[in-house]
Design a protein around this ligand. Sequence first.
Ligand code: ZN
Length: 481
Amino acid sequence: MRFPLPRPAWLLTMCISLAGCNAADRPADVAPPADMRERVDLVVEGAHVVTMDAANTVIEGGAVAVNEGVIVAVGLIEDIRREYRAAETLAGDSRVVMPGLVNGHTHAAMSLLRGVADDLALMDWLNNYIFPAEVEFVDAEFVRIGTELACWEMIRGGTTTFVDMYYYPDTIAEVVEQCGLRALVSATVIDQSSPDADNAADSLEKGIAFVERWQGRNDRITPIFGPHAIYTLDAGQLSATRAAARRLHAPLSIHVAESPFEVEYSQDNYGTTPIAMLDSIGFLDGPTIAAHVVWTADSEIPLLATKSVGVIHNPTSNMKLASGVSPVTQLLGAGVRVGIGTDGAASNNDLDMWEEMRLTTLLEKVEEMDPQALSAADVLRMATAGGASAIGLGEVTGSIEPGKRADIIQVGFDDVHHVPTYNVVSHLVYVTDEQDVDSVVVDGRVLLRDGQFPTLDTARIAREARDLGSRLRTALEERNR
Ligand SMILES: [Zn+2]
């Protein structure tokens, strides 16, 4: 280390320039007043703290103290400042502090297939575009780049937890480990030649090995099984997957009753509805995250509550693929835990949970022909505490309360669409977009601050994604020629 001045002169300069550096003037027996405040790693301050606790508490001029990844206190800014000395503080002027968003269903790496095929029905889209493109192009490298791209987008937009279902789950988990997000990573089980397995038995065997490898390895990452759907697995394969999940105490996520095709397939092959079929083989007896749940008979809704199935509503995907409208109001009314997901970026076409919240409430209002259906507060809960509960992480994340992991975001309320603000929760649901998110903290670690992503090399990810995209475009053009 080089000093700009000879050492004694430098020390003198420092002492003149720093207030309080007057040890020479102070009697030797009077020590500076000790700071009695408790030391914590991080304090996040806000003009409002929307806690999403059971009472929907919103604190004006609030702050959250975080230590070793855990929320240790929530309160008024002046109280937190008086009690805690933070190594780092995220200032809160005109910012709203809230829990990070929970994206309950996605296929992260499909962000590389965004816009490859649009304006098609689910089965046409899947069978004639997505599955063939995946068999041809998807490998571990594709999954790594695609998942990094998706994690970047999710951090940018304030998502802190997601449930993924795709191929090469080890690669997905490695990316999640590195980027700092929280995730349930599914090993896809599917009875067809897929990028990382030959058939159902092969994908299940690999899935079991994946779950065993990752259980207990990283508290942020929960390895789970992802049996694809009742039309890509038969009853025996679905039962075998549930049995493996039960043996390993792992949850599973599955697409359920997504489209009219699935209902017809279920009637033709099992003589009953998708939900009744799954129930008849005991598949719902264990932690289950059911994505979509659009086509469900009224009589089946109480069953989903009884079996504690977590339902994930995917409004954009359901609208874009014309799959239908999930009966969200009835599900919530029956006590079903319902969260929100974006689905993959190939059927959305982004991972924007703000848009998903807005569409959830707007779609429900027009479906019910009732402007009071699904209030802003209801939807905000589905995207935070409710979603966390639906995916089995209700004790871990989803609200700002002491004891929970510190998954917290700051939303800037400076931009024109937030001026003036009468009701913060209304603005979060009906106005806010991804670009308003200023800071993201997961497990106490800052993943977005001042436009910087400390865990991501965004320039490299963008370069690799563009390169892969142009190779994919060329190959698709050749194939379609
Ligand atoms: Zn899906």
